[in-house]
Design a protein around this ligand. Structure first.
Ligand code: 2GW
Ligand code: MN
Length: 297
Protein backbone atom coordinates (compact mmCIF):
# COMPACT_ATOMS: atom_id res chain seq x y z
CA UNK A 1 0.00 0.00 0.00
CA UNK A 2 2.73 2.45 0.93
CA UNK A 3 4.97 1.61 -2.01
CA UNK A 4 2.95 2.65 -5.05
CA UNK A 5 2.47 6.27 -3.98
CA UNK A 6 3.75 8.95 -6.36
CA UNK A 7 6.85 10.60 -5.01
CA UNK A 8 7.25 14.34 -4.88
CA UNK A 9 10.93 15.16 -4.87
CA UNK A 10 12.26 18.66 -5.29
CA UNK A 11 15.34 19.40 -7.36
CA UNK A 12 18.22 21.43 -5.95
CA UNK A 13 16.98 24.97 -5.39
CA UNK A 14 18.89 28.02 -4.24
CA UNK A 15 17.07 30.70 -2.24
CA UNK A 16 17.41 32.69 0.99
CA UNK A 17 16.73 30.54 3.97
CA UNK A 18 13.78 31.32 6.24
CA UNK A 19 14.80 33.04 9.47
CA UNK A 20 13.03 32.50 12.78
CA UNK A 21 13.68 36.06 13.99
CA UNK A 22 13.05 37.79 10.66
CA UNK A 23 9.47 37.10 9.65
CA UNK A 24 8.94 38.21 6.04
CA UNK A 25 6.03 40.41 7.12
CA UNK A 26 5.40 42.08 10.44
CA UNK A 27 2.85 44.62 9.22
CA UNK A 28 0.01 42.17 8.58
CA UNK A 29 -1.51 39.03 10.07
CA UNK A 30 -0.15 36.00 8.18
CA UNK A 31 -1.80 33.21 10.19
CA UNK A 32 -5.28 32.77 11.65
CA UNK A 33 -5.85 31.38 15.16
CA UNK A 34 -6.82 28.05 13.52
CA UNK A 35 -3.48 28.03 11.71
CA UNK A 36 -4.66 28.79 8.22
CA UNK A 37 -2.10 30.90 6.34
CA UNK A 38 -3.18 34.31 5.03
CA UNK A 39 -1.49 34.78 1.68
CA UNK A 40 0.50 37.98 1.23
CA UNK A 41 3.38 38.91 -1.06
CA UNK A 42 6.78 37.91 0.43
CA UNK A 43 5.36 35.12 2.61
CA UNK A 44 5.69 32.34 0.01
CA UNK A 45 8.20 31.01 -2.48
CA UNK A 46 6.32 30.32 -5.69
CA UNK A 47 9.22 28.39 -7.16
CA UNK A 48 8.90 25.68 -4.49
CA UNK A 49 5.10 25.59 -4.73
CA UNK A 50 5.14 25.43 -8.54
CA UNK A 51 7.48 22.47 -8.43
CA UNK A 52 5.25 20.62 -5.96
CA UNK A 53 2.02 21.28 -7.83
CA UNK A 54 3.61 20.50 -11.21
CA UNK A 55 4.86 17.14 -9.99
CA UNK A 56 1.30 16.35 -8.95
CA UNK A 57 0.14 17.49 -12.42
CA UNK A 58 -2.49 19.68 -10.75
CA UNK A 59 -5.32 20.99 -12.90
CA UNK A 60 -7.41 24.00 -11.96
CA UNK A 61 -10.94 24.91 -13.05
CA UNK A 62 -11.79 28.61 -13.07
CA UNK A 63 -15.56 29.18 -12.95
CA UNK A 64 -16.88 32.42 -14.43
CA UNK A 65 -20.45 33.54 -15.04
CA UNK A 66 -21.18 35.87 -17.95
CA UNK A 67 -24.91 36.25 -18.29
CA UNK A 68 -26.61 38.83 -20.47
CA UNK A 69 -24.57 42.04 -20.74
CA UNK A 70 -21.78 40.67 -18.56
CA UNK A 71 -20.28 38.91 -21.61
CA UNK A 72 -18.55 42.25 -22.28
CA UNK A 73 -16.16 41.48 -19.42
CA UNK A 74 -14.92 38.20 -20.90
CA UNK A 75 -12.30 39.48 -23.34
CA UNK A 76 -10.20 41.40 -20.83
CA UNK A 77 -10.78 38.81 -18.12
CA UNK A 78 -9.51 35.95 -20.28
CA UNK A 79 -6.63 37.87 -21.84
CA UNK A 80 -5.28 38.90 -18.45
CA UNK A 81 -5.89 35.41 -17.02
CA UNK A 82 -3.68 34.00 -19.78
CA UNK A 83 -0.88 36.30 -18.61
CA UNK A 84 -1.26 35.97 -14.84
CA UNK A 85 -3.46 33.05 -13.73
CA UNK A 86 -1.77 29.73 -12.85
CA UNK A 87 0.98 30.18 -15.42
CA UNK A 88 2.62 26.83 -16.26
CA UNK A 89 -0.29 24.74 -14.91
CA UNK A 90 -3.29 23.03 -16.50
CA UNK A 91 -6.34 25.32 -16.54
CA UNK A 92 -9.95 24.96 -17.67
CA UNK A 93 -12.01 28.12 -17.99
CA UNK A 94 -15.58 27.06 -17.25
CA UNK A 95 -17.69 29.86 -18.69
CA UNK A 96 -21.35 29.73 -17.67
CA UNK A 97 -23.33 31.83 -20.09
CA UNK A 98 -26.70 32.21 -21.80
CA UNK A 99 -24.83 33.48 -24.89
CA UNK A 100 -22.07 30.98 -25.82
CA UNK A 101 -21.73 32.65 -29.24
CA UNK A 102 -20.59 35.81 -27.47
CA UNK A 103 -17.53 34.16 -25.91
CA UNK A 104 -14.53 35.90 -27.53
CA UNK A 105 -12.33 33.81 -29.76
CA UNK A 106 -9.13 33.76 -27.75
CA UNK A 107 -6.26 31.37 -28.40
CA UNK A 108 -5.18 29.98 -25.05
CA UNK A 109 -1.79 28.53 -24.20
CA UNK A 110 -0.99 24.83 -24.24
CA UNK A 111 -2.63 22.89 -21.41
CA UNK A 112 -5.39 25.48 -21.13
CA UNK A 113 -8.91 25.28 -22.48
CA UNK A 114 -12.13 27.31 -22.67
CA UNK A 115 -15.23 25.28 -21.80
CA UNK A 116 -18.56 27.02 -22.52
CA UNK A 117 -21.44 25.86 -20.32
CA UNK A 118 -24.89 27.01 -21.33
CA UNK A 119 -27.15 28.18 -18.54
CA UNK A 120 -30.47 29.94 -18.39
CA UNK A 121 -30.86 33.58 -17.66
CA UNK A 122 -32.76 34.80 -14.60
CA UNK A 123 -34.67 38.09 -14.81
CA UNK A 124 -33.53 39.38 -11.41
CA UNK A 125 -29.83 40.20 -11.02
CA UNK A 126 -29.89 38.98 -7.44
CA UNK A 127 -30.99 35.61 -8.76
CA UNK A 128 -28.20 35.52 -11.39
CA UNK A 129 -25.64 36.12 -8.67
CA UNK A 130 -27.15 33.64 -6.18
CA UNK A 131 -27.80 30.84 -8.67
CA UNK A 132 -24.05 30.54 -9.17
CA UNK A 133 -23.99 28.41 -6.01
CA UNK A 134 -26.52 26.00 -7.53
CA UNK A 135 -24.70 25.76 -10.88
CA UNK A 136 -21.28 25.25 -9.34
CA UNK A 137 -22.52 22.50 -7.00
CA UNK A 138 -24.39 20.77 -9.83
CA UNK A 139 -21.45 20.83 -12.25
CA UNK A 140 -19.00 19.85 -9.51
CA UNK A 141 -20.81 16.57 -9.08
CA UNK A 142 -21.58 16.01 -12.77
CA UNK A 143 -18.39 17.14 -14.40
CA UNK A 144 -15.70 19.07 -12.51
CA UNK A 145 -14.88 16.18 -10.17
CA UNK A 146 -13.81 14.13 -13.24
CA UNK A 147 -11.80 16.93 -14.85
CA UNK A 148 -9.93 19.09 -12.33
CA UNK A 149 -8.34 18.92 -8.88
CA UNK A 150 -9.22 22.41 -7.69
CA UNK A 151 -11.88 24.99 -8.43
CA UNK A 152 -11.46 28.75 -8.28
CA UNK A 153 -14.76 30.66 -8.40
CA UNK A 154 -14.69 34.36 -9.24
CA UNK A 155 -16.67 37.37 -10.46
CA UNK A 156 -16.24 38.23 -14.14
CA UNK A 157 -16.19 42.04 -13.81
CA UNK A 158 -12.49 41.76 -12.99
CA UNK A 159 -9.04 41.70 -14.55
CA UNK A 160 -5.78 40.11 -13.47
CA UNK A 161 -2.94 42.58 -13.05
CA UNK A 162 -0.31 40.47 -11.30
CA UNK A 163 0.48 36.83 -10.59
CA UNK A 164 -2.21 34.56 -9.11
CA UNK A 165 -0.70 31.09 -8.78
CA UNK A 166 -0.84 27.83 -6.88
CA UNK A 167 -0.08 29.64 -3.60
CA UNK A 168 -3.85 30.18 -3.35
CA UNK A 169 -4.74 26.48 -3.53
CA UNK A 170 -5.89 24.58 -0.46
CA UNK A 171 -8.80 22.36 0.67
CA UNK A 172 -11.10 25.37 0.98
CA UNK A 173 -10.17 29.05 0.73
CA UNK A 174 -11.84 32.44 0.94
CA UNK A 175 -10.68 36.00 0.29
CA UNK A 176 -10.77 38.99 2.62
CA UNK A 177 -13.12 41.58 1.13
CA UNK A 178 -11.10 44.73 0.24
CA UNK A 179 -13.68 46.99 1.87
CA UNK A 180 -13.49 45.32 5.30
CA UNK A 181 -9.92 44.21 6.06
CA UNK A 182 -9.61 46.73 8.89
CA UNK A 183 -13.22 46.65 10.05
CA UNK A 184 -14.46 45.58 13.45
CA UNK A 185 -16.89 42.69 13.65
CA UNK A 186 -19.81 45.00 14.29
CA UNK A 187 -19.12 46.74 10.98
CA UNK A 188 -19.14 43.56 8.89
CA UNK A 189 -22.18 43.57 6.61
CA UNK A 190 -23.18 40.06 7.63
CA UNK A 191 -26.87 39.18 7.52
CA UNK A 192 -28.25 40.26 10.90
CA UNK A 193 -31.89 39.15 10.65
CA UNK A 194 -32.54 35.97 12.64
CA UNK A 195 -35.07 34.75 10.09
CA UNK A 196 -32.41 34.30 7.40
CA UNK A 197 -30.28 31.16 7.17
CA UNK A 198 -27.33 33.52 6.65
CA UNK A 199 -27.76 35.10 10.11
CA UNK A 200 -24.53 35.60 12.05
CA UNK A 201 -24.64 36.84 15.67
CA UNK A 202 -22.79 40.11 16.38
CA UNK A 203 -20.20 38.40 18.54
CA UNK A 204 -19.15 35.82 15.91
CA UNK A 205 -17.17 35.84 12.68
CA UNK A 206 -13.49 36.26 11.85
CA UNK A 207 -13.31 38.17 8.57
CA UNK A 208 -15.71 39.57 6.01
CA UNK A 209 -15.14 37.38 2.97
CA UNK A 210 -15.80 38.44 -0.62
CA UNK A 211 -18.43 36.61 -2.67
CA UNK A 212 -16.28 37.15 -5.74
CA UNK A 213 -13.32 34.85 -4.98
CA UNK A 214 -13.38 31.48 -3.24
CA UNK A 215 -12.39 27.93 -4.04
CA UNK A 216 -10.74 24.70 -3.01
CA UNK A 217 -10.76 21.05 -3.95
CA UNK A 218 -13.79 20.02 -6.01
CA UNK A 219 -15.11 18.00 -3.05
CA UNK A 220 -14.90 20.99 -0.68
CA UNK A 221 -16.33 23.47 -3.20
CA UNK A 222 -19.18 21.02 -3.78
CA UNK A 223 -19.97 20.95 -0.04
CA UNK A 224 -19.73 24.72 0.24
CA UNK A 225 -21.86 25.59 -2.80
CA UNK A 226 -24.46 22.91 -2.02
CA UNK A 227 -24.88 24.17 1.53
CA UNK A 228 -25.10 27.79 0.41
CA UNK A 229 -27.60 26.92 -2.31
CA UNK A 230 -29.79 25.01 0.15
CA UNK A 231 -29.71 27.94 2.56
CA UNK A 232 -30.66 30.33 -0.27
CA UNK A 233 -33.62 28.09 -1.16
CA UNK A 234 -34.71 27.83 2.49
CA UNK A 235 -34.69 31.64 2.64
CA UNK A 236 -36.61 31.86 -0.62
CA UNK A 237 -39.35 29.66 0.89
CA UNK A 238 -39.58 32.13 3.76
CA UNK A 239 -39.66 35.00 1.26
CA UNK A 240 -36.32 36.25 2.55
CA UNK A 241 -33.22 37.28 0.59
CA UNK A 242 -29.97 37.84 2.46
CA UNK A 243 -28.61 41.38 2.48
CA UNK A 244 -25.66 40.54 0.17
CA UNK A 245 -27.20 37.51 -1.53
CA UNK A 246 -24.86 34.52 -1.76
CA UNK A 247 -22.00 36.53 -0.26
CA UNK A 248 -23.95 36.54 3.02
CA UNK A 249 -24.37 32.77 2.87
CA UNK A 250 -20.68 32.27 2.06
CA UNK A 251 -19.79 34.31 5.13
CA UNK A 252 -22.11 32.21 7.27
CA UNK A 253 -20.53 29.02 5.91
CA UNK A 254 -17.02 30.22 6.74
CA UNK A 255 -17.93 31.00 10.37
CA UNK A 256 -18.63 27.30 10.97
CA UNK A 257 -16.36 25.72 8.33
CA UNK A 258 -13.12 27.63 8.71
CA UNK A 259 -11.17 28.11 5.46
CA UNK A 260 -7.84 26.27 5.32
CA UNK A 261 -6.24 29.27 3.56
CA UNK A 262 -7.24 32.90 3.30
CA UNK A 263 -6.30 35.23 0.47
CA UNK A 264 -5.33 38.77 1.42
CA UNK A 265 -6.91 41.75 -0.40
CA UNK A 266 -4.02 41.54 -2.89
CA UNK A 267 -6.24 38.97 -4.55
CA UNK A 268 -9.32 41.16 -4.81
CA UNK A 269 -8.73 44.86 -4.93
CA UNK A 270 -10.60 47.87 -6.19
CA UNK A 271 -8.57 50.93 -7.20
CA UNK A 272 -11.24 53.16 -5.66
CA UNK A 273 -9.81 52.01 -2.32
CA UNK A 274 -6.40 53.60 -2.99
CA UNK A 275 -2.89 52.21 -2.48
CA UNK A 276 -2.31 51.36 1.19
CA UNK A 277 1.28 50.66 2.33
CA UNK A 278 0.66 47.01 3.18
CA UNK A 279 -0.53 46.25 -0.34
CA UNK A 280 2.61 45.12 -2.18
CA UNK A 281 0.79 43.69 -5.18
CA UNK A 282 -2.60 44.13 -6.80
CA UNK A 283 -3.26 40.81 -8.44
CA UNK A 284 -6.94 40.88 -9.36
CA UNK A 285 -8.77 44.16 -9.83
CA UNK A 286 -12.39 45.22 -10.12
CA UNK A 287 -13.18 46.67 -13.56
CA UNK A 288 -15.12 49.90 -13.10
CA UNK A 289 -18.64 49.50 -14.39
CA UNK A 290 -21.45 51.86 -15.10
CA UNK A 291 -23.89 50.21 -12.73
CA UNK A 292 -26.96 51.78 -14.27
CA UNK A 293 -26.08 50.82 -17.86
CA UNK A 294 -24.62 47.39 -17.33
CA UNK A 295 -27.03 46.20 -14.70
CA UNK A 296 -30.17 47.42 -16.36
CA UNK A 297 -32.00 47.28 -13.03
C1 2GW B 1 -25.35 41.66 -11.43
C2 2GW B 1 -25.92 42.75 -10.77
C3 2GW B 1 -26.84 43.56 -11.43
C4 2GW B 1 -27.19 43.28 -12.73
C5 2GW B 1 -26.62 42.18 -13.37
C6 2GW B 1 -25.71 41.36 -12.72
C7 2GW B 1 -25.10 40.24 -13.40
C8 2GW B 1 -24.16 39.48 -12.74
C9 2GW B 1 -25.41 39.92 -14.76
O1 2GW B 1 -26.26 40.54 -15.45
N1 2GW B 1 -24.76 38.90 -15.38
C10 2GW B 1 -23.83 38.17 -14.70
O2 2GW B 1 -23.22 37.25 -15.30
N2 2GW B 1 -23.55 38.43 -13.38
C11 2GW B 1 -22.58 37.59 -12.66
O3 2GW B 1 -22.73 37.74 -11.25
C12 2GW B 1 -21.15 38.00 -13.01
O4 2GW B 1 -20.32 36.86 -12.96
C13 2GW B 1 -20.82 38.96 -11.88
O5 2GW B 1 -19.44 39.14 -11.71
C14 2GW B 1 -21.52 38.27 -10.71
C15 2GW B 1 -21.83 39.18 -9.51
O6 2GW B 1 -22.42 40.38 -9.95
P1 2GW B 1 -21.61 41.76 -9.86
O7 2GW B 1 -20.18 41.47 -10.21
O8 2GW B 1 -22.27 42.80 -10.68
O9 2GW B 1 -21.78 42.16 -8.37
P2 2GW B 1 -20.70 42.90 -7.42
O10 2GW B 1 -19.46 43.25 -8.17
O11 2GW B 1 -21.40 44.00 -6.70
O12 2GW B 1 -20.40 41.69 -6.48
C16 2GW B 1 -20.46 41.41 -5.12
O13 2GW B 1 -21.77 41.19 -4.60
C17 2GW B 1 -22.52 40.15 -5.24
C18 2GW B 1 -23.81 39.94 -4.49
O14 2GW B 1 -24.61 41.06 -4.57
C19 2GW B 1 -21.76 38.84 -5.28
O15 2GW B 1 -21.64 38.29 -3.99
C20 2GW B 1 -20.38 39.05 -5.85
O16 2GW B 1 -19.64 37.85 -5.79
C21 2GW B 1 -19.66 40.13 -5.06
O17 2GW B 1 -18.37 40.33 -5.64
MN1 MN C 1 -18.31 41.92 -9.30
Amino acid sequence: LLDGLPEIELPRMVYTKPHIFKPPRNDVLTMTPWYAPIIWERTFNLEILNEQFRQRNTSIGLTIFAIKKYVVFLQRFLETAETYFMVGHRVKYYIFTDRPEAIPNITVKEGREIVPLRVQNYPRWQEISMRRMEMISHYSQQRFIHEVGFLVCVDVDMRFSDSVGVEILSEVFGTIHPGFYAAERQAFTYERRLISEAYIPRDEGDFYYAGGFFGGTVAEVYKLTKKCHEAIMADKNKNVEAVWQEESHLNKYFVYHKPTKILSPEYLWDNNLGNPQFLKKKRFLAVPKNHAAIRNK
